[in-house]
Design a protein around this ligand. Structure first.
Ligand code: G1P
Length: 301
């Protein structure tokens, strides 16, 4: 199975930083955001490769995932084995690239990788969300296996005034992940059968407040439907719209996850908070981070 990671956007919200550095290359602690997403994508044993859909204007993404033997050797020669290993690791990840030549929307980006998935089910992982536990794809795969290979998406509850930022599902409770049988309908582990999907609805028109968090396991039919998908919300070719059309012919499920399982890196303030929270939670950085904060009298709102 392949995992598609769209990374072709302009990174407008991070300008001017993203004038030369792709948004996906901004660091979280000591690694670029995209490496967390690639590592998460490769976590399930079914997944063989990550396919990054990029734009031709972002050559640094390609170079990052290439081996760099001269840098590695230079570091080893200086006794810096841990850095050399980190450089080697980034260059050895099974990552392939496809290109989206025009920014026509998420659905169009995914369709640009159609040849790579060749008629098989595939995962999609959006890059603005870092999931340290890397466990969402395995949950979706488990639900899919239980339902004959159906498409499965990860959803989480949000405040009603936030639904217009997301894709939102309609549906009904259909079960639970093993061990989560007691979960309420909007609690982690609840499984829904999806009966409808709407991209960026007005709060008054949203069928629920369960939004698509950016992790998908999709059947080949969704990829086929993207071929002739017409533009939707924002004038863009929306993945959500092709998924909605697939419901006429196939079942789809949603698994509720804890909205706090991931960190949002999609806006400058989300990215800054992600770095602070992940630094505080990582023994490699926590000491130095808190020392630097306390030296300036601590942090309070
Ligand atoms: C995309 C999807 C949307 C999903 C969201 C999650 O929207 O189209 O359905 O809820 O990601 O972040 P975007 O953020 O690209 O506008």
């Amino acid at each position: 199975m392949k995992a598609i990671i769209p990374a072709a956007g302009l990174g407008t919200r991070f300008l001017p930083s993203t004038k030369c550095t792709p948004k996906e290359m901004l660091p979280v602690l000591d690694k670029p955001v995209i490496q967390y997403v690639v590592e998460e994508a490769l976590e399930p044993e079914e997944v063989t490769d990550a396919i990054i859909v990029s734009s031709p204007d972002k050559p640094s993404l390609l170079s990052y995932f290439q081996p760099d033997l001269s840098l590695e050797q230079l570091l080893r020669g200086r006794g810096k084995e841990a850095y050399a290993d980190a450089v080697a690791e980034a260059g050895a990840l099974p990552v392939d690239f496809r290109f989206q030549y025009k920014p026509k929307g998420l659905g169009h980006a995914i369709r640009s990788a159609a040849d790579a998935v060749a008629g098989e089910s595939f995962l999609v992982l959006l890059g603005d969300y870092v999931v340290p536990a890397r466990d969402i794809c395995d949950k979706m795969l488990a639900v899919s296996a239980e339902h004959g290979g159906a498409s499965v998406i990860a959803v989480a509850p949000c405040a009603p005034e936030e639904v217009s930022r997301y894709g939102v599902i309609a549906g009904e409770r259909a079960g639970s992940l093993p061990g989560a049988e007691g979960a309420g309908d909007e609690e982690p582990g609840a499984v829904w059968r999806v009966s409808g999907l709407v991209e960026k609805p007005e709060a008054s028109e949203a069928p629920s407040n369960l939004y698509i968090v950016g992790r998908y396991l999709l059947s080949p039919l969704v990829m086929d439907l993207l071929e002739d998908q017409t533009p939707g919300a924002g004038g863009e070719i929306q993945l959500t719209d092709a998924m909605e059309r697939s419901l006429d012919r196939e079942a789809m499920y949603a698994v509720v996850i804890d909205p706090l399982s991931g960190y949002d890196t999609g806006t400058p303030s989300g990215w800054i908070a992600t770095n602070a929270l992940m630094a505080a939670a990582d023994p490699r950085f926590a000491g130095g981070f808190w020392d630097a904060v306390e030296e300036r009298g601590g942090l309070s709102r």
